[in-house]
Ligand binder design. Structure first.
Ligand code: URA
Length: 232
C-alpha cells in the first residue's frame, strides 16, 4: 500500500461517520492510487484565460431568471481538477453568496466527497442553470436549454476525467435523455468520451437519507475511474 493510500484510508475512516454511511465500509481497501503527473503550467494559464472568457459570456446571457435572482452563480473549486460536479440550479443561499452548493445540500455534498477522501476544494462544481428559479422551483426546459450550450463549453474546457451529475435535471440536460435519475444511477455513462457518474442530488438525500449508501457507492466508482485514468 502506498503512503498516499494509507493517508487516504485514514482520512476516510475519520470522515465516513459524518456522512452516516458507516454500515457499508467494505470497499475502501480496494481504492487504488497512482503516482502524480504534473500538468504543464502553460496549460493551466490557457485554461484560466478561456474559462474567464466563458464566465464573461455567461454573465451576459439574457434570461428571465435574472430578473428575480441576486447573483449569477457559476462555479466553485479548482478548474484544473479532474472531477467536475454538476447540479441543478442555485438555491436561496447560493443566490445570496454567488457560489454553488453552499447551503444544506452543499454541506451534504461536502460530507459525501469527504467520505471518499475528496475535499471540496479538490473538485470543480457548477450547475445547469446559473440563476435561482423563484421559490426553488425546477428550472423549465426553456431555461435549461438556454444554459446548455454554455454548460457544454464549460465541460469541454474543464475536460474532467470524471463528470458527476447530481439529479435528474443535470443528467437529463447533459445526456439529453428523459430517463429518471433512479433508472440511470448505478451505471457509468459517457459524454464525448468523458466517463459520467449519475447519482442522486443532495437535496433528495436530505429527504431520503437511506439512499446515501447508493451515492457513496457511486462516488467510490468515480474515485476508481480517477485512479485508473489519472492522478489528482
Ligand atoms: N442545488 C443545486 O442543484 N445547486 C446548488 O448550487 C444548490 C442546490
Amino acid at each position: 500500500m502506498t503512503a498516499r493510500n494509507k493517508q487516504l484510508i485514514t482520512e476516510i475512516c475519520t470522515w465516513y461517520k459524518t456522512f452516516g454511511i458507516d454500515h457499508i465500509f467494505n470497499d475502501l481497501n480496494s481504492i487504488p492510487t497512482k503516482a502524480e503527473t504534473p500538468v504543464p503550467k502553460t496549460q493551466h494559464i490557457l485554461k484560466r484565460k478561456t474559462l474567464d472568457e466563458l464566465i464573461d459570456k455567461i454573465h451576459k446571457i439574457d434570461c428571465n431568471l435574472k430578473n428575480t435572482a441576486r447573483n449569477t452563480v457559476i462555479s466553485d473549486g479548482d478548474p484544473s481538477s479532474n472531477v467536475m460536479i454538476i447540479g441543478e440550479a442555485p438555491g436561496q443561499e447560493e443566490d445570496e453568496q454567488g457560489k454553488p452548493f453552499v447551503g444544506q445540500s452543499g454541506q451534504l455534498l461536502n460530507n459525501a466527497l469527504k467520505s471518499v477522501g475528496l475535499k471540496r476544494s479538490d473538485v470543480y462544481i457548477t450547475n445547469i442553470v446559473f440563476w435561482r428559479p423563484p421559490g426553488n422551483r425546477t428550472p423549465s426546459l426553456e431555461e435549461t436549454s438556454l444554459c446548455m450550450p454554455y454548460v457544454i463549453d464549460h465541460i469541454m474546457l474543464i475536460n474532467p476525467k470524471v463528470l458527476i451529475l447530481l439529479g435528474s435535471v443535470a443528467v437529463q440536460s447533459v445526456l439529453q435523455t428523459k430517463e429518471s435519475i433512479s433508472k440511470l444511477r448505478g451505471r457509468t455513462l459517457e459524454f464525448y468520451g468523458i466517463p459520467v457518474i449519475p447519482t442522486f442530488h443532495p437535496a433528495y438525500l436530505l429527504r431520503s437519507p437511506t439512499q446515501k449508501s447508493l451515492v457513496f457507492k457511486d462516488l467510490i466508482k468515480a474515485k476508481k475511474i480517477l485512479d485508473t485514468v489519472a492522478s489528482y
